[in-house]
Design a protein around this ligand. Structure first.
Ligand code: NAD
Ligand code: ZN
Length: 355
């Protein structure tokens, strides 16, 4: 069984309909609605367009760093006091959407975020949750996970659960108009890269393939167009992200995400830019897509950090290797069960040195 998002409203300006989205079947134990907005919107102008009442909670999420279990726990401790919550609303990019999903799960269950990092560990549904993406590409609005860094265990893992899936989404492409071009590119590319990896893998799933093919087609239309952020392209990318995220639960990624996870563990590189840094050196494994990716970079004048892993200590290369090779499922999806024979320590280090 696979759960997907129950209902969504897709239209430019859809945010103005939020009152309608919140009403009707939203039935939690209390009256309070918790709104979590990305701190980019801290001037309050976007919040003014939502029907926020005095009894509700409005919190701005600092997304300078990606979500951590500690930050989620601190937020939940604050929200567990006070009136019962009937709905959690996340308004932002992948970091804020994932935070909202985790908070919702923890308001419906006891304990801490780390208790539920893994597969199908969330026992009860969380409170009703609504996602409003303001940045397209991660697919967090559609997926059944919410990724958090656990600093104690030094691992990055989500609460993979049907209960993590948003109940409703408001997909309003007008909200991504303010995203700076680099961020728009890096995050948007997460969809493209995910689809390239999944369609090149050996693990196939008809639904995931169908979503990935459409998401890839839309991503190409967007990133091979000169006006990346036109209204039409922002709508296409929002749909591509939603489709890509819908595929995530049924598909495995390939080589890019494990290497990117290595960068993330060792240098705290953010997910989407990390993927782009890796995609740029994937000639041996995904030659056509790597060439196409570089064409997109050039078209939009996007530059990536250079020489990031050229001269590192033996200890750092070892850490990068360990953090990459641990992702056996996607690596086997890309290279077969014999991936360890291909991705030897020296080979992995050689690939990192290219970045
Ligand atoms: P993000 O949410 O971290 O935001 C990146 C930056 O964009 C922030 O500075 C934010 O303030 C800014 N921003 C967001 N919306 C904006 C807007 N409309 N205008 C201007 N600035 C805006 O970025 P992301 O790339 O969407 O998310 C990355 C996170 O998503 C990572 O934590 C990653 O692990 C997670 N992720 C989750 C899934 C999933 O399935 N749950 C999948 C992939 C990645
Ligand atoms: Zn990704």
């Amino acid at each position: 069984m696979t759960k997907t998002v129950g209902e969504y409203l897709l239209a430019p300006g859809a945010v103005s309909e939020f009152e309608r989205v919140l009403s009707g079947r939203v039935a939690g134990p209390g009256d309070r609605v918790v709104y979590l907005f990305d701190h980019y919107f801290a001037d309050g102008k976007l919040a003014d367009r939502f029907p926020i009442k005095a009894a509700d909670s409005l919190i701005y999420i600092d997304t300078v760093d990606e979500p951590t279990t500690d930050a989620v726990d601190a937020l939940v401790a604050r929200l567990r006091t006070g009136p019962a919550v009937k709905a959690v609303v996340g308004v932002g990019g992948g970091s804020t959407l994932d935070t909202a999903k985790a908070v919702s799960n923890l308001l419906g269950n006891e304990g801490n975020a780390a208790d539920y990092q893994g597969w199908d560990l969330v026992p009860k549904p969380g409170v009703f949750k609504i996602g409003v993406p303001t940045l397209s590409g991660t697919g967090a609005e559609a997926s059944r996970t919410c990724v958090m860094m656990n600093q104690v265990k030094n691992l990055k893992l989500g609460m993979n659960s049907d209960h993590t899936v948003f109940d409703r989404l408001v997909l309003d492409p007008e909200l991504t108009a303010s995203v700076p071009v680099n961020q728009y590119f890096f995050t948007g590319m997460d969809t493209y890269i995910h689809c390239v990896e999944s369609l090149a893998g050996s693990y196939r799933h008809a639904f995931a393939d169908a979503c990935s093919e459409q998401a890839l087609r839309l991503s190409r239309e967007v990133f091979l167009d000169t006006d990346l952020r036109s209204a039409q392209n922002r709508e296409k990318l929002m749909v591509a992200s939603f489709l890509g995220g819908s595929a995530i639960g049924n598909s495995y990624v390939g080589l890019v995400h494990p290497f990117s996870a290595g960068l993330s563990m060792v240098f705290h590189t953010h997910h989407c830019i990390g993927n782009c840094i890796v995609m740029n050196v994937m000639d041996e494994f995904y030659p056509a897509a790597t060439e196409e990716f570089r064409r997109m970079l050039r078209m939009h004048g996007i530059s990536l950090p250079q020489g990031l892993c050229r001269d590192l200590s033996e200890q750092q290369y070892r850490a990068l290797y360990e953090a990459t090779i641990i992702h056996s499922k996607p690596l086997a999806n890309a290279l077969g069960d014999g991936f360890v024979d291909i991705l030897t320590y020296d080979k992995v280090v050689d690939i990192f040195r290219l970045m």
